[in-house]
Design a protein around this ligand. Structure first.
Ligand code: TPP
Ligand code: SF4
Ligand code: MG
Length: 347
C-alpha cells in the first residue's frame, strides 16, 4: 500500500501567521531594484517579530522607494503623503494612535532633498517609528537626477558630474538626537534584517539609511551608489545579532569583543565588534567615525549609534496609550467649569 504524502503546512510565527500573510501587492519596480530586496527583509522582520499586521502604519512620500509600502503588510494602514511630507503625517498618525507600530519608507530625494525640513523635526521630536531611507543617490522615479546624498565627484550615466557635497543622513540624525542610527546595504541581507528587528524593538525614531542601488539610472562605474561599488567597499563595523524579548537569552558573550544593548521592549541587540574600540553608545565617537569615513570615502555599515533610554515624543507629551478615536467625550471636551477657570485666569 503506497503512503500518501502529508501536505506541507507553512510554518507560523507567535501570532499564528505565515510569512505570506505579511506580503502585499506585486512590485512594479524595475527588475533588480535594491528597494525590492529591502521589502523582503521588512516582511521577514515583521514575521519573525510576530507583529500583528493590522497594527502597522505604513507611511511614505513620493518616489520609487515610497511606492514600496504597498508591497508588504497589506493588512496594515497605509498613507502615501505628498513628496517630502511624510514626517508630518507620521507624527500626526502616532499622536492619534500611539498603539500603532509606524514604519516610514522614504527615498534620499524624499528625505534629504525636498523633505529635509520635515525630516529634521521628526528626528528632533523623536517620534516613535522606524524611518527607512532607500538611498540610491538619485531621483529614480523622475529618471535619475542627483539627489542631496550623491557624493561629490560622482557621475550620472550622461557624464554630468555632481559638484556638491553629500548630506550624510546618519550624521544629521545623530546630531539631532536620534536614538537609533544605522547604515546598511540592500545586498547585505543578514545585517539589514538584524538592524530592522532592532529598529522595531526601539522606542523612538530609528533611522536606517540603506544604500539601495537604482539599477536603471545609477548603477554604472562612476557611481558610488552602484552594487559593485557598495559590494567592493562595504566595511561592517559589527556583526549584528538580535535576541527578541520573547526568546531566552542563553548564550554567553565576551564584553570585550561584544556589546550587548537592551532595547525598550526587553530585546537585546548583540554587536560583535569588528572594530575593537567602537562603542555604539558613545555619541562623540559615532560622529568622529562618520567624519573620518567621509574624509576617507569609506562605506561603513552597522549600528552607528544607540541610546535606548531616550524618551520619545509621545512619552514627553504624557499622551497615554489610548487612540484618540476611542476616548470618551468627557475626556476630549473640557466642560464649562474648565472654560470658566481659563477665563478667570485671563482676567
Ligand atoms: C512637490 C513635488 N515635487 C517634485 C515631484 C517630482 N518627484 C517625484 S519623485 C521625485 C524624487 C524621488 O526620489 P527619491 O525620493 O530618491 O526616490 P527614488 O525614486 O529614488 O526611490 C521627484 C523629484 C513631486 N512628485 N512632487
Ligand atoms: S528607476 Fe531605479 S529606483 Fe526606480 S524602480 Fe527602477 S531601479 Fe528602482
Ligand atoms: Mg532615490
Amino acid at each position: 500500500m503506497s503512503s500518501v504524502a502529508e501536505p506541507k503546512v507553512p510554518p507560523v510565527n507567535r501570532a499564528g501567521l505565515t510569512v505570506k500573510e505579511y506580503g502585499g501587492l506585486k512590485s512594479t519596480l524595475c527588475v533588480g531594484c535594491g528597494h525590492d530586496v529591502i521589502t523582503r527583509q521588512i516582511t521577514q522582520a515583521f514575521y519573525e517579530m510576530g507583529i500583528p499586521p493590522h497594527k502597522v502604519a505604513k507611511l511614505s512620500g513620493i518616489g520609487c522607494s515610497s511606492k514600496t509600502t504597498a508591497y508588504f503588510a497589506d493588512r496594515g494602514h497605509g498613507f502615501n503623503a505628498v513628496h517630502g511630507r511624510m514626517p508630518a503625517v507620521a507624527t500626526g498618525a502616532m499622536l492619534a494612535n500611539p498603539g500603532l507600530l509606524a514604519i516610514g519608507v522614504s527615498g534620499d530625494g524624499d528625505t534629504a532633498s525636498i523633505g529635509a525640513g520635515q525630516f529634521v523635526h521628526l528626528l528632533r521630536r523623536n517620534v516613535p517609528m522606524v524611518y527607512l531611507v532607500e538611498n540610491n543617490g538619485v531621483y529614480g522615479l523622475t529618471k535619475g537626477q542627483f539627489s542631496a546624498t550623491a557624493d561629490a565627484g560622482s557621475k550620472l550615466k550622461t557624464g554630468v558630474v555632481n559638484d556638491l557635497p553629500a548630506i550624510d543622513l546618519c550624521a544629521m540624525a545623530i546630531e539631532l538626537g536620534c536614538g537609533y542610527v544605522a547604515r546598511s546595504f540592500s545586498g547585505d541581507m543578514k545585517q539589514l534584517l538584524g538592524l530592522l528587528k532592532g529598529a522595531i524593538a526601539h522606542r523612538g525614531t530609528a533611522l536606517l539609511d540603506v544604500i539601495s542601488p537604482c539599477v536603471t539610472f545609477n548603477n554604472h562605474e562612476s557611481s558610488t551608489k552602484s552594487y559593485k561599488w557598495a559590494k567592493d567597499h562595504e566595511e561592517a563595523i559589527q556583526e549584528i545579532g538580535f535576541v527578541p524579548y520573547f526568546e531566552d537569552i542563553v548564550v554567553d558573550y565576551d564584553p570585550g569583543t561584544t556589546q550587548d544593548v537592551v532595547l525598550h521592549d526587553g530585546s537585546h541587540i548583540r554587536l560583535k565588534k569588528l572594530r575593537a574600540e567602537y562603542d555604539a553608545t558613545d555619541k562623540a565617537q559615532a560622529m568622529s567615525l562618520l567624519m573620518e569615513a567621509q574624509r576617507k570615502q569609506e562605506f561603513l555599515t552597522g549600528l552607528l549609534y544607540v541610546e535606548p533610554a531616550k524618551p520619545d515624543f509621545l512619552t514627553l507629551l504624557n499622551l497615554g496609550d489610548a487612540a484618540l478615536a476611542t476616548l470618551p467625550q468627557e475626556k476630549i471636551r473640557p466642560g464649562r467649569e474648565a472654560l470658566a477657570e481659563i477665563m478667570e485666569a485671563l482676567k
